[in-house]
Ligand binder design. Structure first.
Ligand SMILES: [Zn+2]
Ligand SMILES: [Zn+2]
Length: 309
């Protein structure tokens, strides 16, 4: 979804140093462009894994065949299921359909905080209806995004985001499904809104980006922390310190594809099959066996989302 790409990336910026040693006469700009088009090689398989947050439509999913191709590729390296996440209503309808096309795909639906101003009565009714479907396993992604207001003309304001976030929190409690949180540069407000409104039983901090203090607070509240490719970045020392604090039973991983491709493929296209790189990076940061981490995150994802996988 071009719209998602232009308005809601979680901070993916291609490495600036990929053109070092370039004496081939090809411009740096052209090399970066090539990199953005070149998928990372298949990782060594690591099973079992579940991708807790991806955007299949933005990864090239169009119909049943293309979704199955993406999931076959993922399964060939051990990723047995994925949760595909919607940003707007068009995306939400597509995600629900994708979850019927292939049993390895589950859906999460909500209006992304940058789309919070689109949450009218019709959207509310439709989201509630979608959540009666057993293939729709979470309310998300919702939360707060303080990066885009002021940078993008069609982004919801902060007050609009607060109102929509509160509505989604209540929705998750009413339907008894997990709340999947998007947080960009809004740590303190986000935790305060959740405390004020009262957290649902299961809260998933998608693409966790906080420091040790924020992680400790989430752990204290029993939230699940989902780590994306960012945990593998060399300059992510604060995030890596936070990742060490998380007890096994609160750990998840995700690609957030097509964004946030893990090191050393930063800037290249991401897809669910790339997940083993992130799982291994996370295991290394935590000083654990990759197989041990894989078992834990798969059990946690199955429990949190109620997957029959
Ligand atoms: Zn997000
Ligand atoms: Zn996302």
């Amino acid at each position: 979804m071009a719209d998602h790409q232009s308005t809601t990336p979680d901070g993916n910026t291609p490495d600036g140093n990929i053109t070092e040693g370039n004496d081939s006469g090809v411009s740096n700009k052209e090399l970066k462009k090539q990199r953005r088009r070149t998928p990372p090689p298949d990782p060594e398989p690591l099973a079992p894994l579940i991708d807790s947050h991806t955007h299949l439509a933005a990864c090239g999913g169009r119909d049943a065949d293309s979704v199955t191709a993406i999931l076959d590729h993922a399964e060939s390296v051990g990723v047995r299921a994925v949760v595909t996440v919607a940003d707007d209503m068009v995306d939400a309808r597509w995600a629900v359909a994708a979850a019927q096309w292939d049993q390895r795909a589950y859906a999460a639906v909500a209006l992304h905080p940058t789309h919070a101003h689109e949450l009218d009565d019709a959207a509310k009714a439709e989201l509630e209806q979608m959540l009666t479907d057993p293939r729709v396993v979470a309310v998300g992604e919702t939360g707060l995004d303080y990066y885009w207001p002021g940078r993008s003309d069609d982004c919801a304001t902060v007050p609009q985001q607060h109102e929509a976030f509160a509505w989604h929190i209540d929705l998750a409690k009413r339907v008894g499904k997990p709340l999947m949180i998007h947080n960009r540069e809004a740590d303190r407000d986000l935790l305060d809104v959740l405390a004020r409104e009262g957290s649902p039983d299961t809260v998933i901090m998608h693409c966790f980006s906080g420091d040790e203090q924020i992680a400790a607070e989430c752990i204290e509240r029993g939230y699940l922390l989902s780590f994306a490719g960012t945990v593998s970045f060399k300059n992510s020392t604060t995030l890596q310190a936070a990742a060490k604090l998380v007890p096994d039973h609160l750990l998840l991983i995700e690609t957030d594809a097509p964004f946030l491709t893990p090191h050393p493929y930063r800037g290249q296209p991401n897809q669910s099959y790339v997940l083993p790189y992130t799982a291994r990076a996370l295991a290394e940061v935590r000083g654990q066996d990759a197989a041990e981490v894989a078992e834990a995150i798969t059990a946690n994802a199955a429990r949190a989302y109620g997957l029959d996988t």
